[in-house]
Design a protein around this ligand. Structure first.
Ligand SMILES: NC(=O)c1ccc[n+]([C@@H]2O[C@H](COP(=O)([O-])OP(=O)(O)OC[C@H]3O[C@@H](n4cnc5c(N)ncnc54)[C@H](O)[C@@H]3O)[C@@H](O)[C@H]2O)c1
Length: 500
């Protein structure tokens, strides 16, 4: 990472006066959300103390090592630590001292797809009694609706026990994306503030002042509305991806090219092209978890969230679908085949492998007897993946991963893969079979480079024909594959667009 990178994420132009008037801020939990929040607020001229219970993490940060990869973060942490505006501590006293605002950004997932609110509860129990009476508490962690409903009384109880007066309590949902989090924080499309308890309005004013630096619309909502604004955004993005995957399947069946279809659709400003991309499906710590939890929470209320169930079901089908494509390209069996798995992170520009499709794909390939040799440009993603799935062999370079491979599966659309010299890499492979799980490469180019190439919703090998000849054929194809949908497997005929 270079200092040039951090400059491209420079803070909006604050006047000297505004910079000099920086306030003291505490951030509890310096993970993906908390560390970015801390570094960006320090860059805006505030004095920030980040608190964490993980001593190893604090030690690494003190030595300038980031706990995860986020473009621009290392430079931002280094420059603000050197001025003393950004500090890290394990002591609550350091966090609360003179803080105008204290953000809470601890994890709320149990690692198995469920909510885990014990950490946030314990953190509130420890921090809330110690907060100055005029400090505003801002929750940035994503929380379940029931917990949000009970949050004001929980915080009030901790204040009462300590014999202290009430404090202002706000929500400030996190909309930044891993991989572009610094830019998203510095230059947000909107800021959402949820008011849980703020009778004087001082908390709201303080948080609005803080985000004034970003010059984005600031929306002040109730706490539940703010949480749902975040939830609704994520659910909608997940829906767009699953819609694109359903559309790709229709394109396969009826002989359309989903890439061209989506490009044409994207001209419509009501639709837009972002997230309308078929492939191996969404992963990461947010979308799959929030979707699954919302379906579960909705069912508890007696509601049947039919659309969201379908979005989840379609997403779960995509990794098995990629494995089916590979199996078919390999002649019907994967036993003993060497497969190069390209990309482990759930998306480019991060080393986060939480709920990454790569892990599901790798497990399925291993189950079918394949030898999986994986590569991701991020060393930490490689280390984390092999810790979870020790049967994966890890390559240190793209070339090493594909050398001697029967087939390659692209699962994360890293630039290194998209811009690779595939004609040259093809010569290293035993067979030129390639499944593009992100529709990131050109089918025509890959065919020219000597690959037998398959992707989602696009004619195989860049061919223009070879589709069902009649609408009845296409419907028959869809009906056949629908019968398999419960186990996530789809007949290869529909996927490739070949006649049934
Ligand atoms: N990662 C994202 O892109 C993202 C996006 C939007 C919302 N969120 C939400 O933000 C929250 C944080 O997510 P994350 O990905 O940053 O989590 P994370 O696991 O990366 O980081 C959490 C940090 O909190 C620390 N911690 C735990 N208990 C603590 C305590 N009592 N006191 C101090 N520190 C403590 C942990 O050591 C860890 O460093 C979650 O609720 C998540 O759902 C995350």
């Amino acid at each position: 990472m270079t200092s040039g990178e951090s400059r491209s994420f420079a803070a909006p132009d604050l006047g000297q006066k505004e910079r000099r008037q920086g306030v003291r801020i505490g951030v509890v939990g310096i993970g993906y959300v908390g560390l970015v929040t801390s570094a960006c607020l320090a860059e805006w001229g505030h004095t920030v103390v980040g608190l964490d219970v993980d001593d190893q993490r604090l030690l690494s940060l003190a030595q300038g090592r980031m706990p995860f990869h986020e473009p621009g973060l290392e430079a931002l942490v280094a420059s603000n630590s050197s001025t003393g505006r950004l500090q890290f501590s394990s002591r609550i006293a350091d966090l609360v001292e003179g803080a105008e605002l204290v953000f809470v950004a601890v994890g709320t997932h149990d690692g198995n797809g469920g909510w885990q609110t014990e950490t946030v509860r314990a953190c509130l129990a420890a921090v809330v009694p110690k907060l100055d009476d005029d400090t505003t508490l801002v929750i940035r962690s994503t929380l379940p609706p029931d917990f949000i409903r009970g949050l004001p009384s929980l915080v009030q109880a901790f204040r009462d026990e300590a014999g202290r007066p009430p404090i202002a309590l706000l929500l400030n949902p996190e909309f930044t994306r891993e991989g572009s989090a610094i830019r998203d924080f510095m230059d947000p499309e909107r800021v959402v503030i949820g008011v849980a308890d703020d009778p004087t309005g001082n908390g709201e004013e303080s948080l609005k002042r803080l985000y004034g630096a970003a010059r984005a619309p600031i929306l002040v909502l109730s706490a539940m509305d703010a949480a749902f604004a975040k939830l609704g955004s994520n659910l909608f993005l997940a829906t767009k991806i699953s819609f694109a995957n359903e559309l790709a399947r229709l394109c396969d069946a009826f002989g359309a090219n989903v890439e061209r279809v989506v490009s044409a659709m994207a001209y419509d400003s009501r639709i837009g092209g972002a997230f309308l991309r078929p492939g191996v499906g969404f992963g990461g710590s947010c979308l799959p978890h929030q979707l699954a939890m919302t379906v579960r929470d909705a069912r508890v209320t007696g509601m049947e969230p039919a659309l969201l169930e379908a979005v989840d079901q379609i997403n779960r089908r995509q990794s098995p679908r990629l494995v089916e494509l590979l199996t078919e390209l390999c002649g019907g069996a994967l036993d003993g085949r060497r497969i190069a798995l390209l990309g482990l992170a759930f998306k480019p520009n991060t080393d986060d492998i939480r709920a990454a499709p790569s892990l599901t794909v790798a497990s399925l390939l291993i189950e079918r007897g394949a030898r999986v040799v994986a590569y991701d440009p991020m060393p930490q993603a490689r280390e984390r993946a092999v810790a979870l799935l020790p049967q994966i062999e890890m390559a240190q370079t793209l070339r090493e991963a594909v050398t001697g491979a029967d087939a390659a599966a692209l699962v994360t659309e890293w630039r290194e893969f998209v811009e690779a010299d595939w004609a040259s890499l093809r010569l290293q492979m035993r067979a030129g079979l390639f499944v593009d799980g992100r529709n990131a490469l050109s089918p025509e180019r890959m065919a020219r480079d000597g690959f037998h190439y398959a992707s989602f919703g696009r004619p195989r090998d860049g061919a223009q024909g070879a589709f069902p000849t009649t609408t009845e054929d296409a419907f028959r194809t869809l009906a056949t594959t629908a019968g398999n949908s419960h186990d996530g497997l789809v007949g290869a005929t529909a996927l490739t667009g070949a006649p049934p």
